[in-house]
Design a protein around this ligand. Structure first.
Ligand code: MN
Length: 709
């Protein structure tokens, strides 16, 4: 097996490399074969077949000789007696550095598998930030391992497939290596969900056969229409990859028979104006679906992807997805950052721009890496950074910022500049003042309000999603000395007391003593520092101190005891009846005179109506360990059929939730059921709702967050 593969590799590189480079590849081939002599893979093949296969995944991308050599040698240091110095001496420093970056650390250093995985990943990331070729080789390595995963034990194959799905496939996507990305996803899906994979791939084969004729007709019609409009274009049918279809079924709750657009079409033209002309021509041929048009030419994706996307009502009601882009854009769409090697181009083309941008991205990853102490945590946040979904927001000057979905105003502030992040105190989204934790949406205009002496608030760590913001906040908090935070805390407490018309010096000694006892803090200084570091809320402490004279203080009404909101020990907390927040919901606190702290969900409509002036908004977060039940309201639309209520009630009970209250109103064939349930948190609610969705009579389920207060 190996010899023909080795020969094929040499032939492939000879097609695009200079003779002396081919010679280097040949010598690396011999070196690798000798080093791995006697080793076999789990499949029984000689081990060297693996590095050869990895190198052959890279040749279609026309990777340079150093990268091919490093691919051939990527396992020699880790798995054989060869030292990295030997590699450097024989193949040069750049190759040795790549091989070093691809070699795992000594296993004995780590206590757990997670630590080892995270630390190895960190090391590889540092190497790839220096040299993008490292990650291209690593991805090729992973692809070959995934292709040959059948030979290893089920536990190991599951672990590798999950890791690939969570980390390597998103990296391939982030780098724009689309073909590789899709193959990785399909292979992962096959191993993680073998049954669904086989059912779906069979169904897909049948459906493709059935629809071949229709597809041919549409293809012909598109070609003709473009010709009539004198647009020079290449039109191709495009099969979507299985995992892409599966994701669509999942996200839209569709059965396979309902996924109609298993075929897409791609139109390649010569220049940008022709893209829009072609779009116009096709919208004249078939009606477009409203709201489905996306212009990734004007606003490219972070991985450099550019294209127009539209969906059309085709003949016989078939929805058709069409991508329109230039030939140049198509190169990037398929090979991403690897197009740098594949299409050697001159100076300022989009391909070289992309290469530069990728370097910048890796550099910023590296920076946040050096600031986050814990590798496992870094890995978690990297996963979010890699998440392909992005929102695009605008600065007041109209500059575009791409942020991962779920990013907040604080993330935005840090993506503009570290100082903006560290000094931000408020944010206006679309000219409206909103809490800093507000999740940004596509197209938002975001204006950060800063104050010269402001400091990052540790509570931000509970909701920022970008690793950059997280790293910077950590860094700023670490460098803030305890004395400094105590001073800040004292000032904050003074402000809070002033808002209650109290002066710090008027607080009786007895109140302080009681506060220390209640909070378990050792000294006032500790309380101040806690406030300064955001571990306690200034308003809460101020209210506790000012409570003197009030009858016995206030009981923690509605909480049933136990802390649920961080830093609010001893404070009266109510959960707003209008939106009924449950743990996991983004929340905001409102302090109402005489009522204490009222917790709303972030998107509660009653908050939007504006503030009354006597209330104060507080940035609050859920406590980590909450062990109680929360009320939540849901609305179900069900078809009027016998026994449906019983089915619904049984399903709720099965999900281990209690029904507190139910009422309903009939609307013709359907009935709306309003339930008040008890759940632990959002995850629990999600389980309840998932269970309910399985009932065939249930048409719709929504969580209700807008009961008038
Ligand atoms: Mn390998």
């Amino acid at each position: 097996m190996t010899q023909p593969d080795a020969e094929a590799l040499i032939q492939e590189v000879a097609a695009y490399l200079k003779p002396e480079d081919v010679a280097a590849v040949e010598s690396a081939l011999a070196f690798s074969a000798a080093a791995h002599q006697g080793q076999t893979r789990q499949s029984g093949e000689p081990y060297v077949s693996h590095p050869i296969a990895v190198a052959r995944i890279l040749t279609p991308l026309h990777m340079d000789a150093q990268a091919i050599v490093a691919a051939l040698l990527h396992d020699v240091v880790e798995d054989t007696d060869i030292h990295i110095e030997d590699v450097a001496e024989k193949f040069g420093k750049p190759v040795a550095e790549m091989v070093e970056g691809l070699s795992k650390l000594d296993k004995l250093q780590f206590e757990t598998q997670e630590d080892a995985q995270a630390e190895n990943f960190r090391k590889m990331l540092m190497a790839m930030a220096r040299d993008v070729r490292v990650i291209l080789i690593k991805l090729a390595d992973r692809l070959h391992n995934m292709r040959t995963l059948g030979a290893v034990s089920p536990e190991k194959s599951q672990r590798i497939a999950r890791e690939t799905m969570e980390i390597y496939a998103p990296i391939a996507n982030r780098l724009g290596l689309n073909t590789l990305f899709q193959e990785l996803q399909d292979l992962c899906f096959m191993h993680l969900n073998p049954n669904r994979y086989s059912v779906l791939s069979k169904a897909l084969k049948v459906a493709r056969g059935n629809r071949r004729e229709v597809v041919g007709k549409i293809l012909g019609a598109i070609k003709r229409r473009l010709e009539e409009n004198h647009i020079k274009a290449e039109v191709k049918g495009r099969e979507k990859h299985i995992y892409g279809i599966y994701q669509k079924m999942q996200s839209k709750h569709l059965a396979f028979s309902q996924v109609l657009d298993i075929y897409g079409f791609r139109v390649l033209v010569d220049d940008v104006p022709s893209c829009y002309l072609a779009l116009g021509a096709l919208h004249g041929l078939y009606k477009p679906f409203p709201g489905k048009f996306k212009d990734y030419i004007a606003i490219p994706k972070a991985n450099g992807y550019q294209s127009l996307h539209t969906a059309l009502f085709g003949p016989f009601g078939t929805p058709i997805e069409v991508q329109i882009r230039t030939v140049e854009m198509n190169k990037i769409a398929e090979a991403g950052v690897a197009s740098h090697w594949l299409y050697k181009t001159t100076s300022k083309t989009p391909i070289n721009e992309l290469h530069k941008k990728t370097h910048q991205w890796l550099q910023s990853l590296l920076e946040s890496l050096s600031q986050s102490g814990d590798s496992v945590e870094f890995l978690e946040h990297l996963k979010i950074d890699l998440f392909p979904d992005e929102v695009y927001v605008f600065s007041p000057k109209g500059k575009i910022f791409a942020l991962p979905r779920g990013a907040t105003a604080v993330d935005f502030a840090y993506s503009v500049h570290t100082d903006i992040g560290n000094r931000c105190v408020a944010v206006k989204v679309n000219f409206e003042l909103v809490p800093l934790r507000t999740e940004l949406k596509n197209g938002d205009r975001v204006e950060i309000v800063t104050a010269p002496h402001a400091h990052p608030n540790p509570a931000w760590l509970s909701y920022v999603v970008t690793s950059r913001a997280r790293g910077e906040i950590r860094h700023a908090l670490k460098t803030m000395h305890l004395g400094e935070s105590a001073k800040l805390g004292e000032r904050l407490l003074g402000q809070a007391l002033a808002s209650l018309a109290r002066k710090p010096q008027d607080i009786p000694e007895a109140c302080w003593d009681r506060l220390l006892k209640e909070t378990g803090a050792k000294s006032r200084q500790e309380i101040f520092a806690d406030i300064g570091l955001g571990r306690r809320l200034n308003m809460v402490i101020a209210r506790q101190l000012a409570r003197v004279g009030e009858a016995n203080g206030q009981e923690t009404s509605g909480t049933g005891g136990g802390v649920t909101i961080l830093g609010t020990e001893g404070m009266a907390i109510q959960f707003a009846k209008c939106c009924r927040p449950i743990p996991g919901d983004p929340i905001i606190g409102v302090i109402k005179p005489g009522q204490g702290l009222i917790v709303h969900t972030h998107d509660c409509p009653s908050l939007r109506k504006g503030r009354s002036g006597t209330e104060e908004w507080l940035d609050v977060a859920w406590d980590k360990n909450i062990n109680k039940l929360f009320e939540v309201s849901i609305k179900l639309i069900v078809a009027n059929q016998r026994g449906v209520l019983a089915k619904v009630a049984a399903s709720i009970a099965e999900a281990e939730s209690n029904i507190e209250n139910v009422h309903f109103s009939s609307e013709g064939e359907y009935t709306a059921l309003y339930f008040t349930l008890q759940v632990n948190n959002r995850l629990h609610l999600a389980n309840v709702m998932r269970n309910l969705r399985r009932i065939s009579e249930v048409v719709r389920i929504t969580r209700v967050k807008s009961i008038p207060a």
